[in-house]
Write a protein that binds this ligand. Structure first.
Ligand code: PHE
Length: 354
């Protein structure tokens, strides 16, 4: 038994030494130290058949051998593991002196730049900045804005109607079967805002609007507006003009002369077209202002009582003004962009200039 142990010891040591890699070492592990059929264990099982005397000498020997072998085994195993790490560090090392890879940075579309500037101006005047759905119901886009079905004013905004109804779009949970359309203006946010936040209220709502237009340099079927609404007690045209002048000073960085002409929109009464004194020629007359000295910039007016009612506000107590700034138009004027289609073209040659 003693001899057998010594022999096994020599054999196992040699096997551990000679194992060329981790996989081979693991095989040695199973062969000698495996619980079920490992050579060492098989030998140790015979200990119980020995006499007490023999057990006294061979027992400690066997334990010592076992400890020695397992130490040897672990050392070898660690050696392999360390080598694997060193190799990984070698092959995966990073050359920190290499120049970095350039990451192309995009930039804001001029539409966003101007929109954010306007939002800042209005926030400073205490306005909320709101959002509304682009897929809108006939009710908010027209009816709530005092434009009943068959009203001729609908013809001024050529509309993309969408198949299906609001109820279907909401999985038939909506209350009414409402016709859907792509909003033709940001004005539907007026009534949505009053319904949601109540009055008094100051809000602007920038966003994309859609019209069924033949495309040319000044018409796109998809452009941006910024709606404004202020409702409170005793709001008058003077407030409208004051806010518009503050807005224009913010945009053009100087005082701008304005004039109001009558304009018709069913949701305002009275309604206006606000013109600005032409900034190109200073009012003398040029091609931009078509020799008139004035440039039409934004439609506006005092909120119609029916619209206030639709928003849940009492027209006896409250009044307000609303305006619909043509954001796309403003961007084109500001940057001298002469074709509206460039803005939604996604053409990098255009976009990289901003
Ligand atoms: N919604 C109108 C349009 O797009 C503009 C407008 C807004 C007019 C608010 C008056 C008041 O034509």
């Amino acid at each position: 038994m003693q001899k057998e142990l010594q022999k096994l010891g020599v054999e196992a040591k040699a096997a551990i030494e000679q194992a060329a890699d981790l996989a081979k070492l693991e095989k040695v592990d199973v062969e000698y130290f495996g619980r079920k059929d490992g050579k060492l264990n098989n030998l140790l099982k015979q200990l119980k058949d020995l006499s007490v005397e023999e057990k006294k000498t061979i027992g400690p020997m066997a334990n010592a051998l076992k400890a020695e072998l397992s130490e040897l085994f672990n050392a070898k195993k660690q050696e392999f593991e360390r080598a694997a790490i060193t190799q990984a560090v070698e092959t995966e090392k990073i050359d920190v002196t290499l120049p970095g890879r350039a990451c192309p940075a995009g930039s804001l579309s001029p539409l966003s730049t101007v929109q954010y500037e306007l939002e800042d101006i209005f926030r400073s005047l205490g306005f909320m900045v709101l959002d509304g759905p682009e897929l809108e119901s006939d009710y908010y886009n027209f009816e709530a804005l005092n434009i009943p079905p068959h009203h001729p004013a609908r013809d001024t905004q050529d509309t993309f109607y969408v198949k299906g109804t609001l109820r279907q779009a909401q999985g038939d949970k909506g209350k009414k079967r409402e016709k859907l359309l792509l909003r033709t203006h940001t004005s539907p946010v007026q009534v949505r805002a009053m319904q949601k936040y109540g009055v008094p209220l100051r809000a602007v709502a920038p966003g994309r609007v859609f019209r069924y237009e033949a495309l040319d340099a000044s018409h796109d079927n998809n452009f941006n507006q910024l709606e404004g609404l202020m409702v409170d007690e005793n709001i008058s045209i003077a407030n409208l003009i004051a806010v518009m002048k503050t807005l224009l000073r913010g945009i053009f960085k100087k005082d701008v002369k304005v004039r109001l002409r009558p304009g018709y929109f069913p949701f305002v009464e009275p309604g206006f077209e606000l013109d600005i004194h032409c900034l190109i020629c200073g009012g003398k007359g040029c091609s931009v202002c078509k020799q008139s000295g004035w440039v039409e910039l934004l439609p506006c007016g005092m909120v119609h009582p029916n619209v206030l009612r639709a928003g849940g506000a009492d027209p006896q107590k409250y009044s307000g003004f609303a305006f619909g700034l043509g954001l796309t138009r403003l961007v084109m004027m500001r940057y001298g962009i002469d074709d509206i289609r460039l803005l939604n073209s996604g053409d990098l040659r255009f976009l990289k200039q901003f």
